[in-house]
Design a protein around this ligand. Structure first.
Ligand SMILES: Cc1ncc(COP(=O)(O)O)c(C=O)c1O
Ligand SMILES: N[C@@H](CCOP(=O)(O)O)C(=O)O
Length: 464
């Protein structure tokens, strides 16, 4: 499988080069040249596989012989042996036709571990096989950073700098990142919000000379390997909930910020998984909801919400979806992205809007509605939702009364967001891996929202 850019100005590259390139060199995003399509017979045979077996089948379709099958199997084995649940991403029935897909059984209690345990091992593999230098640069609203650090810590030849918005991540997220004192880990707390952090790193990745000079590697979902690893759990969940009704269509409600997780669901659907609606659940930062309902993609006012990891305006992976919406026409995507840069918005016509609405439903969940979903779900089922999953549950509610099957992605463990849980007066017990973080010293450097300051710090790390 080769990879191309959504903007069409990068030659085809293989899987490993696509992983190393991260952001495409023309500023676009890398995507597979052709999405592999599954036959019904393949889908039926996959339904009997366990999580690792499914991951092997799916990854093989995108990696081909670049990583020999036995080595890929070892990578998968190593990546998912760190999960606390033997199903890796178990599905729980909430009530009637409503399920949650628990994605938080990895080391940092968030869905990011599913892809970043794999990507950490993959970078280590590439460093060994290709002798490549791996200097990771990432931006986080809290979960990606913690998970990426955990995915690479202790791995030889890898250095990692993570930018997070100063004092705008939850206490547990901050502790998970900043209590790591390994010499190859740098935490920069940027005075700004997540979009500021993401814009800064995207600028550095887009400067191809700088990127190549310092061997910058991406762990954010601009890296296609992230998306690939996240498609697996859509298949896994689908097979679990349709065990008695094979072939039935399933809705997925996906808490969304950067459009990465939901794009993985879109990809699974394009591969042939019988997905009905992809329900985009967001918070008061509702640019994506407005796009799906009105066809206008334009940042609005920034809000601090009870689901801080989704306090995002500019959704990185949106460009990947635009590519398919515009029938894989890279020059149209490049024009639209230019227009977004100069005019600050993208407007699609009514035909395209119809297509968007056939793929997605959307709901921007207000703060009170989010807390309400946590409270009422807890009262009626005893199940404690984290605030991001609560947005997913709130957005799924128009569907769960029907006889359609609906799966909400549970993207984090509630212990990561106790600030929000306390607002509904629920007392939770922390897993020991989280409670022990509170006794540890923290290591982070607070910096202004300034490219020069960030560059100074990361270059020091990468040259060490
Ligand atoms: C807990 C949690 N849920 C949902 C999301 C949204 O995922 P995505 O950015 O892939 O849309 C994030 C991060 O963005 C997150 O950390
Ligand atoms: N919510 C994310 C934001 C970054 O998203 P990513 O999909 O690009 O990694 C986080 O937790 O950092």
């Amino acid at each position: 499988m080769n990879y191309i850019s959504t903007r069409g100005n990068v030659g085809e590259v293989g899987f490993i080069d696509a992983v190393l390139m991260g952001l495409a060199d023309d500023g676009g995003l890398l995507i597979p040249k052709q999405i592999p399509r599954l036959s019904e017979a393949e889908l039926t045979s996959w339904s009997k596989l366990d999580y690792k077996g499914l991951a092997l089948e799916i990854f093989s379709r995108y990696i081909n012989e670049e990583i020999p099958q036995d080595e890929l199997k070892e990578l998968i084995e190593a990546s998912y042996s760190t999960f606390r649940d033997s199903d890796i991403t178990p599905v729980r029935k909430l009530n009637d036709n409503s399920y949650v897909l628990e994605l938080f059984h990895g080391p940092t209690f968030a869905f990011k571990d599913v892809a970043l345990q794999f990507l950490g091992n993959l970078y280590s593999y590439i460093a060994r096989k290709r002798n490549s230098i791996i200097n990771i640069l990432g931006a986080t609203s809290g979960d990606t950073g913690a998970s990426a650090i955990e995915g690479v810590r202790g791995k030889e030849g890898i250095r990692i700098s993570i930018l997070h918005p100063h004092q705008r991540v939850s206490k547990v997220q901050e502790l998970q990142m900043t209590t790591v004192d390994d010499a190859n880990v740098l935490n920069l707390a940027v005075k700004g919000n997540f979009d500021d952090c993401q814009t800064l790193i995207k600028e550095l990745f887009a400067d191809v000379e700088f990127k190549n000079k310092y061997h910058l590697r991406a762990i954010n979902s601009i890296n296609f390997a992230r998306i690939l690893a996240q498609t697996v759990y859509y298949f896994f969940a689908y097979f679990q909930v349709t065990a008695d009704a094979p072939g039935e269509k399933v809705n997925f409600s996906v808490p969304t910020g950067n459009f990465g997780d939901i794009f993985a669901g879109y990809l699974a659907k394009q591969m042939g998984l019988p997905v009905n609606k992809l329900i985009l659940a967001t918070n008061e930062n509702n640019i994506l909801e407005r796009f799906i309902k009105e066809g206008v993609y334009q940042p609005g006012e920034f809000h601090i919400t009870h689901s801080p990891s989704m306090d995002i305006q500019i959704a990185s992976n949106f460009e990947r979806y635009l590519f398919y919406l515009y029938n894989e026409d890279a020059s149209q995507v490049a024009d639209l992205m230019r227009q977004f840069k100069t005019e600050g918005k993208i407007v699609i016509d009514s035909e395209k809007l119809k297509q968007v609405q056939a793929d997605f439903a959307a709901h921007g969940v207000k703060n009170d509605e989010c807390l309400d979903a946590i409270r009422t779900t807890y009262e009626s089922t005893g199940y404690l939702l984290d605030p991001h999953t609560a947005c997913g549950i709130a957005a799924s509610s128009p569907y769960t009364g029907s006889d359609e099957l609906t799966v909400t992605l549970a993207t984090a463990h509630p212990a990561k967001f106790d600030e929000s849980i306390q607002l509904v007066n629920i007392k939770q017990e922390f897993p020991v891996q989280i409670s022990q973080l509170f006794d540890k010293p923290q290591y982070q450097t607070v910096v202004e929202h300034s490219k020069a300051d960030v560059v100074e710090h990361i270059v020091k790390l990468y040259q060490a």
